[in-house]
Write a protein that binds this ligand. Structure first.
Ligand SMILES: NC(=O)c1ccc[n+]([C@@H]2O[C@H](COP(=O)([O-])OP(=O)(O)OC[C@H]3O[C@@H](n4cnc5c(N)ncnc54)[C@H](O)[C@@H]3O)[C@@H](O)[C@H]2O)c1
Length: 97
């Protein structure tokens, strides 16, 4: 399947990307804003895999998300982008809400 996955460079998302591509044979459109929590290194060999496309995109920006969906015509969506670090929630709670 072709799966847009948000937050695919985060702790959980990067593990899902590796599993989905290497074990399950899916095509992943990885939509990630690349915040302080993101790591391309965590994607290991899947970063340059032919079944992986990394879009540096904020999910708040509707036009960019609509364009990605129009281009890739996904079967399903996996949503893992989010702010979840407790210290950051004290410094700037708005992004968490
Ligand atoms: N890690 C845990 O133990 C745990 C437990 C329960 C639930 N969760 C939830 O699972 C999700 C993923 O957790 P994680 O630990 O992988 O988080 P993480 O902080 O490691 O990764 C989040 C990813 O989302 C991206 N991101 C953040 N805001 C974005 C935006 N506006 N647009 C696009 N990308 C954006 C970041 O760049 C990062 O790569 C979160 O919603 C979190 O609340 C995590």
């Amino acid at each position: 399947m072709k799966i847009p996955l948000t937050g695919g460079c985060g702790f959980i998302g990067s593990a899902v990307v590796r599993q989905a591509i290497c074990q399950e044979g899916h095509y992943i459109v990885n939509i990630d804003k690349m915040t302080y929590a993101a790591s391309e290194g965590a994607l290991e060999d899947t970063l340059t895999h032919q079944s992986h496309a990394l879009l540096r995109q904020d999910i708040y920006e509707g036009a960019g998300i609509r364009a990605a969906f129009a281009e890739h015509q996904p079967d399903v969506v996996m949503h893992l982008a989010g702010e979840c670090h407790a210290d950051s929630s004290i410094d700037g709670p708005a992004a968490f809400v």
